[in-house]
Write a protein that binds this ligand. Structure first.
Ligand code: ADP
Length: 390
């Protein structure tokens, strides 16, 4: 009988769910419950995550999917931060939940809603194993030179401060897909994966193992993102705190929610950003230029880390769909063996594809990411073959 995994991605105000057959990769059903706890909706929105889970189950039922008939063998939970110790896909018990609660200060915006999602799902589906899959996992063994901040070593050790890296499920999945697409063993490839969604990160991967990634202690470091600043001089935080009278919370909210492309250009969606640029909006234009400039800086840095890249792969909402971003990120890099085929790059195809010319030294790919499938497979890996026939 087919076995399936219910994959849950629980955010502060949304619950994404997907039912996936990890063996065939078939997506049986998926959906998103939004505006959790939004009191301005006149009672239309689910008041909390428990109600949201019920909405998800109801809409599965409306689509003809009875929970009992789905062949569910596990619930996979996306958890952003696993801290220093949690990195393998982990069957959640009370002790794991306690560890996750202790870790919450490391990821105050991301882990608390994931914990809520796990608590609610364990109550709703008590007979299934609940497995946490961590965004930080892939980067757990980042080389020390890349993982270490040059700060007081005692402070760093006491407070578990290191570069953890995020979007790991996507970087790992996409790098494996790239090797499969090229039919070249993963072990022999030097890769750069460029994940450009609302959050954005880039990683350098040698032989399937990450050697650099742009996010750090939190998902704020690195590239310019939809609403996050990415790299800033830490001095600006002290300056705003001391001189502008902003609280730590104010600064955190500004850097996370009112910065990045939205903070500069007033818009998070790249389709709309391009429309604004075309209509002569100089703020939108600057936002785009800053975004591209930062991305190019990182690509240059990672080429130096790697020596050279066999393959560069773009993924996630912007990376998969925005031909202009890909063109502008890679223009003028012919001296490094990096070129794009204009027509291939402009193709609106939605499947994995090459966009560099035949025979170019560096192959440039677009590969759709699928974090839900990767999480479902990680869960199946934990259960093993024999346990999955329930
Ligand atoms: P998340 O980080 O929330 O998972 P996604 O990977 O879904 O984000 O990316 C969402 C972003 O992708 C949108 O905000 C938008 O900027 C961008 N995007 C989606 N479709 C297109 C498109 N056709 N062209 C350009 N950008 C797009």
């Amino acid at each position: 009988m087919t076995r399936t995994v219910l994959v849950l991605n629980s955010g502060s105000s949304s619950l994404k769910y997907a039912v996936i057959d990890p063996d065939s990769g078939l997506l049986v059903a998926d959906g998103i419950v939004e505006r959790i706890g939004d009191s301005s909706s006149g009672g239309q929105s689910p008041p909390d995550h428990a109600a949201a889970m019920q909405v998800a189950f109801d809409s599965l039922a409306d689509d003809g999917h009875r929970l009992d008939d789905l062949g569910l063998v596990a619930v996979g939970h996306r958890v952003v931060h696993g801290g220093p110790d949690l990195y393998r896909p982990t069957v959640v018990d009370d002790a794991t939940l306690e560890t996750l609660r202790e870790l919450a200060p490391l990821a105050p915006l991301h882990n608390p809603p994931a914990i809520l999602g796990i608590e609610v799902a364990r109550r709703s589906l008590p007979d299934l194993p609940h497995i946490a899959v961590f965004d930080t996992a892939f980067f757990h063994d980042l080389p020390p030179a890349a993982a270490t901040y040059a700060i007081d070593a005692d402070v760093a050790e006491k407070w578990h401060i290191r570069r953890y890296g995020f979007h790991g499920t996507s970087h790992q999945y996409v790098s494996e897909q790239a090797a499969a697409f090229l039919d070249i063993p993963l072990e022999s490839l030097s890769q750069i994966v460029v994940h450009l969604g609302n959050g954005a990160s880039v990683s350098a991967i040698v032989g399937g193992r990450p050697v650099e990634t742009s996010m750090g202690l939190t998902p704020m470091e690195g590239l310019v993102m939809g609403t996050r600043s990415g790299d800033v001089d830490p001095g600006l935080i002290f300056y705003l705190w001391r001189e502008a009278g902003m609280s730590v919370e104010d600064i955190e909210t500004m850097l996370n929610r009112r910065s990045g492309v939205r903070g500069l250009g007033g818009e998070i969606d790249f389709r709309e950003l391009h429309r604004r640029i075309e209509s002569g909006d100089t703020a939108a234009h600057l936002a785009y230029e800053v975004y591209i400039h930062r991305l190019r800086k990182y690509l240059g840095a990672y080429l130096a880390v790697l020596g050279s890249a066999d393959v560069i792969t773009f993924t996630a909402g912007v990376g998969e769909n925005d031909a202009a971003v890909r063109r502008d990120a890679l223009s003028g890099l012919g001296a490094f063996g990096i070129e794009l085929d204009e027509h291939l790059n402009a193709s609106p195809a939605r499947t994995a594809r090459r966009i560099s010319p035949d025979g170019a030294p560096t192959t440039v790919l677009v590969i759709p990411t699928d974090e839900e499938l990767a999480i479902a497979r990680a869960c199946a890996g934990v259960l093993g073959g024999g346990l999955g026939d329930g």
